[in-house]
Design a protein around this ligand. Structure first.
Ligand code: C2E
Ligand code: MG
Ligand code: MG
Length: 644
């Protein structure tokens, strides 16, 4: 028979290209990469041997039986090793190898051992292949063993991909399944057209697909440090946890901020980071080193004991106590090192990233190994996030109201709406705690709509106007103001309840207004155009940029309680002369500029008297009332306003 070897030649070219690419990318850091290389080498050698043996087998009489035997045995042996290596590749890709015992590997190798034994005995029994009386190469009775062996491994591979589908993203599992299909289908085709050798060509295409989608290192390398990047870190850790592994992660957090980049220069910083990366990847032990960006490195180990991790942590701490040099300029970067156990301490990749991205402790000036409890505040935030989602779903957030007193009329003329989260398990959670979490995860938009809707319903249902309440003050956070859809969504709610904008005053904190005027100005202007009045909240806590402040259409300035309290402490009515002067002149100055003044945090009669003397327009504080649930607020206002 004359064989068509053109497809085999293409398979050789594809395999060579794949090997070149892997060497160029230096992509054999992990065992899985090494097994992939093993598959490509098998493919290359089999393709060569297939070409060689088909030439030798077709030219009967030209080559001795020894040469023919040699090429056939070598081809069949190497070719049949590919499915076995492929299964190992998947096991290592999933990280299951760490949990496998020697006996598991022994059982796994049985089909291959049977095949190799059949081949080894073939010179005696000629059960696998033989040469007929005309010297033609023919399949023997046991040739099917070779197919069964390959099918068994491919079935096992499919089973693994299906069982751990949660651990392998589709971008990985599909190319693996394609490789299996491209390896099996041509075998069936070749049964009918045995002289066209397409099997290895299709397998090479499958390998190319796996390389481009799984082994392509370009996407997973940080090009500055040369380490694996954050994307791969998330992928690897996610896969390992989902396939049931226990791992240790050593996080290394450095105070690398834009400050360093700006002052030392990007080139200097890049060089420092490269040196650190090089040093970290040289550490002894079965660890994988990742650059998680933003001055965060992570060392991941699937096998190291806790003692070994501590030993590594000590080595890192010691090294980071010394300087890193670039062109004789040395710099010490104190590292914050932490050992985390997954999934024992941290179950999800989101929690892990939250810890990795936690800000560097400012007060830390030397390298330290910190306890993972240090990150408790992050865990609490995560719990709060969950509680907020539950409360939104069950509608259990409450809006309380704190009365605001009008000095001239001596009555309650407005109120500030304050959000309350009271959880069965955690009790009262302060808005100071949950609002920043909501701002970070975007829930604040939903919360803002919730509050406004509650306020509108409350206003309409209780005819607050008749009780003397002119408007309700609603807090807006920076994130809400930066949302371009804010004005539209507020409008929609107001229309739903038939409330005019003058019944709502929107409060924006000073720090948000002063530092982010570009982000919020459009929204603020739009709201003002639609008829809402605006307050500048917590005045005195930020660093007001007056020029920006004056550009915004605020009508009320709310002085922060800290200004009042330093002028007159609620506990003992003491206060510095300068603070009192500041309070007095601020009120006077703002009023001259036509702003109304609200002073927050009025707790005592003497404070009230002082503010009355200074001509402050409105007073808010515990002296009048703490924030009250809706019903209590109504009773309070009825008593206060109607009694006079
Ligand atoms: P804020 O807008 O400055 O609200 C005033 C805070 O001061 C309230 O704290 C109030 O209970 C407290 N306060 C008022 N008078 C006194 C007093 O005499 N003594 C003392 N010690 N405290 C007084 P609260 O309710 O804990 O709210 C804290 C912050 O959380 C608010 O500060 C506001 O920035 C934010 N917040 C509350 N509710 C919302 C909301 O619905 N949306 C948004 N975006 N933020 C909210
Ligand atoms: Mg406020
Ligand atoms: Mg305030």
């Amino acid at each position: 028979m004359i064989y068509n070897i053109h497809y085999d030649i293409c398979a050789v070219v594809i395999s060579l290209f794949t090997i070149y690419y892997m060497f160029a990318e230096k992509g054999f850091k992990k065992n899985a990469n090494k097994f992939f290389l093993g598959m490509v080498l098998c493919e290359l050698i089999s393709s060569f041997l297939d070409i060689f043996s088909s030439i030798v087998n077709s030219r009967i009489g030209q080559y001795s039986y020894f040469v023919r035997d040699f090429s056939n045995y070598l081809f069949l042996g190497v070719h049949n090793a590919t499915p076995f290596i492929f299964v190992l590749y998947i096991l290592y890709l999933l990280g299951i190898d760490k949990r496998m015992k020697k006996r598991h590997f022994f059982f796994l190798s049985i089909p291959l051992v049977v095949t190799l034994t059949a081949l080894a005995l073939n010179p005696v029994f000629r059960w696998v292949f033989y040469y007929d009386t005309d010297g033609i190469y023919s399949h023997g009775l046991l040739f099917a063993v070779l197919y069964v062996d390959a099918f068994l491994y491919m079935l096992l591979a499919i089973e693994l991909i299906a069982r751990f589908h949660g651990a392998l993203p589709k971008s990985k599992s599909y190319p693996l399944l394609l490789f299996i299909a491209l390896s099996l289908i041509p075998i069936l085709v070749q049964m009918y057209i045995p002289h066209i050798l397409i099997e290895l060509f299709f397998q090479a295409l499958g390998i190319l697909g796996v390389m481009l989608s799984i082994e392509n290192e370009d996407e997973v390398i940080n090009h500055i440090t040369g380490l694996y990047n954050r994307y791969l870190f998330m992928n690897d850790v996610g896969t390992a946890v989902k396939s049931g592994n226990n791992l240790h992660i050593l996080t290394i957090k450095l105070p690398i901020t834009s400050y360093y980049n700006a002052n030392l220069g990007v080139q200097y910083m890049n060089s420092m980071m490269r040196q650190m990366a090089l040093w970290l990847s040289g550490l002894n032990g079965e660890i994988f080193c990742y650059d998680c960006e933003g001055g965060n490195f992570a060392l991941v180990s699937y096998t190291c004991s806790e003692e070994k991790m501590w030993d590594l942590a000590q080595q890192v701490r010691k090294r980071f106590e010394d300087a890193w040099y670039y062109k004789n300029l040395g710099m010490v970067f104190p590292a914050q090192i932490c050992i985390l156990k997954m999934p024992a301490e941290i179950c999800t990749i989101e929690q892990l990233l939250m810890i990795i991205d936690a800000p560097f402790a400012d007060q830390q000036s030397e390298s330290q190994i910190v306890d993972s409890n240090e990150f408790d505040s992050y865990r609490r935030n995560m719990l709060i996030e969950q509680k907020m989602k539950e409360a939104l779903k069950k509608h259990t957030f409450q809006v309380w109201y704190q009365p605001i007193w009008d000095r001239e009329k001596g009555k309650i003329h407005s109120a500030e709406a304050l959000l309350r989260l009271i959880d069965d398990e955690l009790g009262f959670i302060s808005p100071e705690e949950f609002i920043p979490v909501a701002e970070k995860n975007g829930l604040i938009i939903e919360l803002g709509e919730y509050v406004l809707e509650e306020v509108c319903r409350f206003y309409v249902d209780n005819n607050l106007g008749e009780l003397g309440i002119e408007f309700i003050e609603v807090n807006l956070s920076l994130v809400q103001c930066a949302n371009r859809k804010l004005a539209g969504s507020i409008d929609k709610i107001m229309k739903k309840y038939g409330i005019s904008p003058d019944k709502i005053n929107l409060e924006i904190t000073e720090s948000a207004a002063a530092n982010n005027q570009f982000a919020i100005k459009d929204t603020v202007m739009e709201l003002s155009k639609r008829g809402f009045s605006l307050s500048l909240d917590d005045y005195g806590t930020g660093y007001s940029n007056f020029s920006h402040m004056f550009e915004m259409p605020f009508s009320i300035i709310k002085l922060d309680k800290s200004i009042l309290w330093s002028a007159m402490d609620p506990k003992n009515s003491s206060g510095s002369k300068n603070a009192r002067l500041l309070l007095e002149s601020t009120i006077m100055m703002m009023q001259k500029m036509n702003y109304y003044i609200v002073v927050e945090g009025v707790e005592t009669e003497v404070q009230k008297q002082l503010l009355e003397k200074l001509g402050c327009d409105y007073l808010q504080g515990y002296y009048f009332a703490k924030p009250l649930p809706a019903k209590s607020f109504l009773e309070y206002v009825e008593r206060f306003n109607l009694a006079q």
